[in-house]
Design a protein around this ligand. Structure first.
Ligand code: CTP
Ligand code: MG
Length: 237
């Protein structure tokens, strides 16, 4: 008798949502001994704070963390899996993670929410707000914040010009796009892009800007750890 294997996700079924968390960087600006995603905040690995927000979002069908090849500091846990397919740049890590999602049966029509492991203050409600804003859109979008400071262009350490800040936004993550579109966009854009939206824009598409909280910082510099710690403490009941 012939054995017929059912496809992991039958065609024409509703799109699912997956989270992809790149965590394969070295954190060169953070001033820590090891990669910043493994620093302790409130006694817990920084990346586990990020994951705790995503695993509380019930709409997500899967959560996949991309770490560097050979990195064994993060094991799979409740509601998330870990894959050691990180690359030399963030874009390469994301592209490899998208390939892995497809390999695991995600459909090209499924949504992927890409989120920096280093944005450890993200809250489930913010992720849900992005999903609500984008899931019926044709392109997708990203959390972002309108600029509040005055914007200067620099030349030789001095102000060359003051740029109009109206209509300018700071891009955050998560950024939510269809799996196939994002794979194609990243393949065309190459390794230099620092977010998914810019790869999508390069295809002539216009991602939706979804207003976000200024607390959704990317821990980048040494002083950011104390700030993140203070915000986490302020949330404790
Ligand atoms: N990242 C990744 N693979 C890389 C580079 C970055 O998965 N080759 C991840 C980081 O782990 C981080 C996110 O992408 O969660 C955002 O990148 P960034 O804040 O720039 O982290 P790092 O590249 O690690 O830090 P730095 O640029 O200071 O070296
Ligand atoms: Mg980096």
């Amino acid at each position: 008798m012939a054995l017929i294997l059912a496809p992991a996700h039958p065609p024409n079924s509703p799109a699912r949502l997956h989270a992809l968390i790149p965590a394969a960087g070295i954190g060169s600006r953070a001033g820590t001994a090891g990669p910043k995603q493994y620093e302790l905040l409130d006694g817990r690995l920084l990346v586990l704070h990020t994951l705790s927000a995503f695993t509380r979002v019930r709409r997500l069908a899967s959560v996949l963390v991309v770490v560097a090849p050979g990195d064994q500091r993060l094991a799979a846990g409740e509601g998330y899996d870990v894959v050691p397919c990180g690359g030399a740049t963030r874009a390469a890590s994301v592209a490899a993670g998208l390939d892995e999602l497809a390999r695991r049966g995600a459909s090209g029509h499924d949504w992927v929410l890409v989120h920096d492991a280093a944005r450890c203050l993200v809250q489930p409600e913010w992720i849900e707000a992005l999903i609500a804003a984008c899931e019926h859109d044709t392109v997708g979008g990203l959390l972002a914040q309108p600029l509040t400071d005055t914007l200067k262009a620099e030349e030789g350490g001095r102000v060359q010009a003051t740029l109009p800040r109206g209509g300018k936004w700071l891009a955050q993550t998560p950024q939510m796009f269809r799996l196939d579109t994002l794979r194609q966009a990243l393949a065309q854009a190459g390794d230099a892009v620092t977010d998914e939206a810019s790869a999508i824009e390069a295809m002539g598409l216009r991602p939706m800007l979804v207003a976000a909280s200024g607390q959704n910082i990317k821990v980048t510099w040494p002083e950011d750890f104390a700030l993140a710690q203070a915000v986490l403490r302020s949330r404790q009941p």
